[in-house]
Design a protein. Structure first.
Length: 196
């Protein structure tokens, strides 16, 4: 099933719903109207699905402008998908970015935590009334040897909707100068490829 509607000229393929929520919030925050631009952000349900979505939206399908965002651990899946779709074999990270496909180190949450810093992320968690839950998790034996950043990433991944909610909230809390390069990069790239 095709998850996009009429008027879409470009798609940004992302692994999951938290990535989509973060990019949509970043677009709003920077004054972009993705609907008016004809850009859809499509959660593909995991990096291993990239080939199917490139076939659907890329040059052999709808022939839309296509870009993407993935975690470093899933970059190889994206590289294989891009090769199958005819974008080139054994692409380096720089070559992927030249094609509009950006990679997060380690993942979206890591990028946002590093951009904001631990204290700012904890303030966001406190505003959501979840600081006590974070502290309980941090005291668990499995968490004691981890860095604060690792604990925050784990906390965001412990409930189904938490990653989506915090993806959006952490982008809201970002200063415009601190937007992680992969997030800014994919939106800038897709915007530069659309006719005005």
């Amino acid at each position: 099933m095709d998850p996009i509607g009429d008027g879409v000229r470009a798609v940004v393929l992302v692994e999951g719903h938290s990535d989509r929520a973060a990019l949509e919030e970043l677009a709003r925050k920077t004054g972009r109207d993705l609907d008016a631009e004809g850009v859809a952000i499509v959660a593909i349900g995991g990096a291993t699905n990239i080939s199917r979505f490139l076939a659907l939206y890329g040059p052999l399908g709808h022939d839309l402008v296509v870009a993407g965002l993935c975690d470093i651990g899933e970059a190889r899946s994206f590289q294989r998908g891009l090769a199958r779709a005819g974008f080139g074999h054994d692409l380096t990270r720089d070559q992927m970015e030249g094609l509009g496909f950006f990679v997060c180190d380690l993942d979206l949450e890591d990028e946002l935590i590093r951009a904001l810093g631990v204290q700012a992320v904890e303030r966001v968690i406190e505003q959501q009334g979840e600081l006590a839950s974070l502290r309980i998790m941090q005291r668990q034996p499995a968490q004691r040897g981890r860095t604060a950043e690792e604990q925050l990433r784990r906390f965001m991944g412990t409930r189904a909707r938490r990653k989506v909610r915090y993806g959006q909230l952490l982008v809201e809390a970002l200063h415009p100068d601190d937007v992680p390069p992969p997030l800014a990069g994919v939106l800038d790239w897709i915007g530069s490829r659309l006719p005005s």
